[in-house]
Design a protein around this ligand. Sequence first.
Ligand SMILES: *[C@@H]1O[C@H](CO)[C@@H](O)[C@H](O)[C@H]1NC(C)=O
Ligand SMILES: *[C@@H]1O[C@H](CO)[C@@H](O)[C@H](O)[C@H]1NC(C)=O
Ligand SMILES: *[C@@H]1O[C@H](CO)[C@@H](O)[C@H](O)[C@H]1NC(C)=O
Ligand SMILES: *[C@@H]1O[C@H](CO)[C@@H](O)[C@H](O)[C@H]1NC(C)=O
Ligand SMILES: *[C@@H]1O[C@H](CO)[C@@H](O)[C@H](O)[C@H]1NC(C)=O
Ligand SMILES: *[C@@H]1O[C@H](CO)[C@@H](O)[C@H](O)[C@H]1NC(C)=O
Ligand SMILES: *[C@@H]1O[C@H](CO)[C@@H](O)[C@H](O)[C@H]1NC(C)=O
Length: 526
Amino acid sequence: MNFIALFLSISLFSLISGAMAGCSVTDRAALLDFKASIVRDTTGILSSWVGTDCCDGWEGVDCNPQTGRVTSLQLERPHGVMKGTLSSSLGNLKFLQVLVVSGMKQITGTIPDSLSNLVHLTQLYLEDNMLQGRIPSNLSQLRSLMALSLNGNNFTGELPPQIGFISGLTQINFGRNRLVGAVPVTYRNLMKLQALDLSNNQFSGGIPSFLGKFQNLTLLDLSNNRFTGEIPVSIWGLSNLLDLYLCNNMLVGQVPSEIGNLRSLNSLSLSGNLLTGIIPDSIVKLQKLWYLNLSNNAFMGLPSGVENGLPSLLSIDLSYNKFQLGIIPNWIRNREMRDVHLAGCGIKGSPQAFAKPEALNSLNLSSNFLTGEINGFLTNMTNLVSLDLSKNRITSFISQFGKQTSPNLKWLDLSNNGMSGQIPSSISNLTGLKRLDLSRNQIKGIIPNSMGQMASLVWLDLSHNQLLGKIPETFAGLSKLGHVNFRVNKLCGEIPQKRPFNVFKAVAYAHNLCLCGNPMPPCKRL
Ligand SMILES: *[C@@H]1O[C@H](CO)[C@@H](O)[C@H](O)[C@H]1NC(C)=O
Ligand SMILES: *[C@@H]1O[C@H](CO)[C@@H](O)[C@H](O)[C@H]1NC(C)=O
Ligand SMILES: *[C@@H]1O[C@H](CO)[C@@H](O)[C@H](O)[C@H]1NC(C)=O
Ligand SMILES: *[C@@H]1O[C@H](CO)[C@@H](O)[C@H](O)[C@H]1NC(C)=O
Ligand SMILES: *[C@@H]1O[C@H](CO)[C@@H](O)[C@H](O)[C@H]1NC(C)=O
Ligand SMILES: *[C@@H]1O[C@H](CO)[C@@H](O)[C@H](O)[C@H]1NC(C)=O
Ligand SMILES: *[C@@H]1O[C@H](CO)[C@@H](O)[C@H](O)[C@H]1NC(C)=O
C-alpha cells in the first residue's frame, strides 16, 4: 500500500510541477537506435539501457529534468570495446550539448551527416574508435562547438575548410588519423584556439603563419607529419604556449632569437627535422622549460656564453646533430637534470664534466669522444637508473664500486671503449643491475666470482675482451639471465651446467680458448 501511495504522490508531484518529466520519446528511440547499431558491447554500458525512462539509470545519459530531453551522452571506457557503427539517429537528439563516444576501438563507419543537426553541441569527442572516411564538412553547422576531437581514428582526406568558420572552437584534435593536405586558410578565423593537435597524420605544406595570431594557444602539436618550409617567425611569439611539438617533419631554416618570447614554454621538441644553425642565447629566457629535444637535426652550436640558463630543465636530448662542442657548456653540466641524452653530439672531455648529477635519472653520452676514466663518477649518483657511455674513448675502468655507488642503477653500458684493466670484484655492489654491457673493450684478467651475486641481471655481455679463466661456478645463481655473451675472449673450462647457462646458444660462448660442457662440446676428463 505504502509503495502505491508513494508512487501516486510522486507522479502527482511531477504532473503538477512538471519538474520530473520522463525521457522524451524521440530521444529514447534515438538512443535505442544507437544501441541497436552496436552489435557487441563488452564495456557493459549499454546493458544499463533498459526500461522506459532513459533519464533514469541509463549509464552515460544525462537529461534536462524539466524537459526530459537528453543533453549529454558520454560513453567512454579505457577497457572493453563496442563494435558496430554510429547510428544516424544520434542526429535526433536535438538538445544534445555534449557527445562523447571514445575508446570503443571497434566502432567503424563514417560520422553520420545527421550530427550536423545537433546545433546545441559544445563538445564532440569521438576518440579512439575506428571511424573512417572524410571529416564531414557540414559539422561546420555546429556553431556552438568549442571542442572537437576525432583523435585516434582512421579518417582520410583533407580537412574541411568549413570547420574554420566555427569561430568559438577552443580545442581541435585531429591527431592519429590518415589525414592529408595543407591546413586550410579559413582556419585563420579560429582565434580562440587553445589547443591544436594535428599530430601523426600526413599533413603537408607550410606551417601557416596565422597560427602565431592565436594568442591563447597553449598546445601546438604538429609532430609526425610532412610539413615543409621554415617555422614561421610568428610561432615564436606565442607567449602562452606551454607545449610545442614540431618533431618529425621536414622543416628547414634556423631557430631565431625570438624563441626567447615563448616565456611559458614547458616542453619543446624540434627533433627529426632539417633545422640548422646555432641555438640562440635567448633560449635561456625559457625559465619554465623542462623538456628540450633537438635531436636529429643539423644544429651546429649551443649557447655557450650563458652560465645558468634554463633552470627548470630536467630532460635534454641533443643527439644526432652537427655539434662540435669540445666541452659541455656550463648551462648543461651545472644543472640537476634527470634525463640527459647527448648521444652522438661530438662531445669531447670526460664524463666527470657532469659533476652535479644528484638528481640524474638517465645519462646517455653514447657515441661521443669522451676520454679519461670513470672512476668515482658513479659515486653518490643516488637516482641514476641508466648510464650509457658506450662508443667513447674511455680507457680506464672503475676501480672500486662502493655501497653508495648508484644504488638504483639498472642499466650500465660501457661497451665499445678502450677500457683495460680488470673487472673489480666490487662490481657486485651494483646489486640492482639488470643490464650490463662491457663488450668490445680490452678488459683483462678473470671474471670475478662475486659477479655471481648480481642476482638481478637479465642481460650480460662480456664479449670481445681478453678475459681469462673460467666462467665462475657462482654464476649458477644468476637464474634471471635471458641473454649472455662471452664470445671472443680467452676463457677456458666448464660452463656452469645449470639453466640457463647450459641452454644458451653455442654462439654465446664461441671463439674462446677452451670452454666446454653444454652447449659446447663435453669437457675432456683427465
Ligand atoms: C551535409 O552535406 C552534404 C554534402 O555536402 C549534403 O548532401 C547533406 O544534405 C548535408 N546534410 C545535412 C544534414 O546538412
Ligand atoms: C583504415 O581504413 C582503410 C580503408 O580506408 C582500411 O584498409 C584499413 O584497414 C583501416 N585501418 C584501420 C586500423 O581500421
Ligand atoms: C584569451 O583568454 C583571455 C583570458 O581567458 C580572454 O579574456 C580572451 O578573450 C581570450 N582571447 C581570445 C581571442 O579568445
Ligand atoms: C627526442 O625525439 C625523438 C623523436 O624525434 C625520440 O625518439 C627521442 O626519444 C626523444 N628524446 C627524449 C629524451 O625524449
Ligand atoms: C643512448 O642513445 C643511443 C642513440 O640514441 C640509443 O641507441 C641507446 O639505446 C641509448 N641508450 C639508452 C640506455 O637508452
Ligand atoms: C658522497 O656523499 C657523502 C655524504 O653526503 C659525502 O660525504 C661524500 O663526500 C660524497 N662523495 C663524493 C665522491 O662526492
Ligand atoms: C662493497 O662496498 C663496500 C664498501 O661500501 C666494500 O667494503 C665491499 O668490499 C664491497 N664489496 C665487494 C664484493 O667488493
